[in-house]
Design a protein around this ligand. Structure first.
Ligand code: HEM
Ligand SMILES: [Cu+2]
Length: 576
């Protein structure tokens, strides 16, 4: 019988698989090209966003006050969108293809659709930028109606979103192929699981974006008469907040990946880590309400249920990841013999390797600066202290710059030899880059939050309010803080510049490295038993005392900061 079945002379899917001699990872040829294209465009967009940051920061530095008002708002709009949407999502597409095709060792599903996704995203990003730089669309990130931008502004965002959605489906399709062609056994690796979380949230996010941006686009061309501002704000934040959860899920997956790459660290408990990712899917969208705490159109009950109850499940998930990752590193380091003192495992970590230092500076900054300030400002009463002040960008530069952007940078240093097959140029500069970028960003966020606590407005071209009918005398400290924002911002931009120099320079001039063995068949992931650490969770005793100490420091910082803000609120209105 079997002799009658026609045997295809060429494989159904003509592609090749390359095994990287430096990492052992297996790259499929088509997926690899897509990852490279998405990552390269991401870095170019980061360059644009970084150049725009110079204009923004040198205008908000009171002594410099560089750009004219209309230019400032245009540049601020472009900076926010290029950085938060285009840089991050282009890079995330590369991460999704990596977490599916590369980590599961299978070919990518529908590569042509993936190129279509890429093209739509690119056309969308360019269209949106052109609209912003033509003027008349300086509506900033949130683009609240009835403030209108040009139709091309919305059209660009919609095209980009459709592209990103297609990219997510290519990712899901690739998971199906891996399952069907049995390239792995058992459940998907944790890093892939995190990426799945990100992609599921992305589908919800993009749908919300479409629901609100399509009518707004139609309004901008005159077909729809009105979009209700309250409905707009509510649905916009279902999109705006959730998109940040995609970033969190993505950069936390990268932290797990780096812990595995740099230390061979296995998660302390796979089940707990996976459970924490699931909490994101269940509860993150509801936290969108924390963006609407000062909104008069919504009831207090709705705000309280969402931000004082549901939001904490998502916060809990982040704290689980924030502790289990250093914990896993500690366990791995102790197993290697760094077992003498409480923090010896951390001192002996590879601090000179930017893949590790970038990841760890990102983790600590995200937790201490982004996490604590996020919970503070997500509390309805305390929110009144900092609503619409520069505290807000102070908080989110700690999450999206220190958290997401710095993790992406750390991953890039790993990918230069592995994916791009180039030797990194200027390793000395690369070594200091995470410190310069990360630590100056820490400081930038802190002084921004300081200025915000004193009341300095967000998105305000002139904090001195010169010429205004009702002036305001700022305390000297407010001017000092904003000057420090300027100085720290310039230092961070220099750090970002080094990243771009090293990355682009390595791709252009770095020594070519050998490709590794190429084959027309994939090599499946060998079946491995669940790790001993994972199985003995809960009975392993006190495996990570150093991390426990770190957690206690975090807790004390959290409680103190929370207390200070309640005290401050009490004094502000004489309630105490
Ligand atoms: C490299 C150094 C960077 C510096 C010095 C910088 C500086 C600034 C400053 C001063 C503002 C204006 C705050 C205000 O007036 O309200 C701002 C806004 C913003 N930045 Fe950055 N930034 C940097 C990188 C990034 C990155 C990497 C991202 C995202 C991944 C980002 C996302 C944003 C967003 C979303 C806004 C708000 C735009 C809006 O209000 O519509 N920034 N940035
Ligand atoms: Cu949010």
């Amino acid at each position: 019988m079997s002799a009658t079945i026609p045997v295809p002379t060429t494989p159904l899917h003509t592609t090749t698989y390359r095994t990287c001699p430096r990492s052992g990872l297996q790259f499929e040829a088509k997926a690899e090209k897509l990852m490279i294209a998405n990552a390269v465009v991401a870095v170019v967009v980061l360059l644009v966003g970084g150049l725009l940051a110079i204009g923004v920061v040198l205008t908000r530095w009171p002594a410099v006050h560089w750009l004219a008002a209309d230019t400032f708002y245009m540049v601020l709009t472009a900076h926010g969108i290029d950085m938060l949407i285009f840089w991050i999502i282009f890079f995330e597409m590369a991460v999704l293809y990596f977490c599916s095709s590369t980590l599961l060792r299978c070919r990518i599903a529908t590569p042509n659709m993936a190129w279509l996704a890429f093209a739509l995203m690119l056309i969308g990003a360019v269209t949106n930028n052109v609209a912003v730089f033509q003027g008349g669309s300086s509506v900033m990130m949130t683009s609240y109606v009835p403030m209108m931008a040009s139709p091309a502004f919305y059209l660009g965002l919609i095209l980009f979103a459709v592209g990103a959605l297609i990219g997510c489906f290519v990712f899901f399709g690739t998971l199906v192929i891996a399952k069907r062609e049995k390239t792995y056994q058992g459940s998907v690796p944790l890093v892939t699981f995190g990426a799945i979380t990100a992609a599921i949230i992305a589908v919800f996010t993009i749908a919300s974006g479409a629901i609100i941006l399509i009518p707004t686009f139609l309004m901008s061309v005159g077909i729809v008469k009105q979009v209700d501002p309250l409905v707009y704000r509510t649905i916009w934040w279902a999109f705006g907040h959730s998109s940040q959860q995609i970033n969190v899920a993505a950069h936390i997956s990268i932290w797990y990946a780096v812990a595995a790459i740099a230390f061979g660290a296995k998660p302390m408990s796979e089940r707990v880590s996976r459970g924490a990712f699931l909490l994101y899917i269940l509860f993150l969208q509801l936290a969108s309400a924390h963006h609407l705490l000062a909104d008069p159109g919504l009831s207090t009950g709705w705000k309280v249920v969402n931000t004082s109850y549901f939001m904490y499940f998502a916060v809990l998930a982040s704290m689980i990841h924030g502790l289990t990752i250093p914990g896993a590193i500690e366990v791995a380091q102790r197993a290697k013999g760094f077992n003498k003192t409480l923090f010896g495992w951390l001192r002996k970590a590879p601090w000179g390797n930017p893949v590790f230092s970038g990841m760890f500076i990102s983790l600590i900054g995200f937790g201490f600066l982004g996490g604590i300030s996020g919970v503070m400002m997500g509390t309805e009463q305390l929110n009144m202290l900092i609503h619409n002040t520069v505290y807000v960008p102070g908080h989110f530069h700690a999450t999206v710059v220190v958290g997401t952007t710095l993790s992406f940078m750390a991953l890039t240093y790993f990918l230069i030899p592995v994916l791009f097959r180039r030797e990194m140029i200027m390793p000395g500069l690369a070594k200091i880059q995470p410190y310069l970028f990360g630590l100056s960003m820490y400081f930038f966020c802190l002084v921004m939050m300081g200025a915000g606590t004193l009341g300095v407005s967000r998105r305000h071209w002139d904090m001195a309010l010169s010429g205004a009918a009702l002036g305001y005398e700022w305390p000297g400290a407010a001017y000092l803080m904003m000057a420090l924002v300027g100085i720290a911002g310039v230092a961070a931009i220099a750090g970002g510049g080094i990243y771009i120099l090293v990355t682009v320079g390595s791709l252009l001039w770095g020594k070519k490295l050998d490709t590794g063995k190429v084959s027309s068949m994939f090599t499946p992931i060998p079946p491995t038993a669940p790790t001993a650490v994972a199985q003995s969770y809960g009975s392993a005793g006190f495996a990570a005392p150093g991390t426990f100490m770190l957690a206690m420091v975090f807790l004390v910082a959290f409680v103190l900061y929370y207390f200070i803000n309640w005290k401050y609120l009490g004094q502000l209105w004489g309630l105490s």
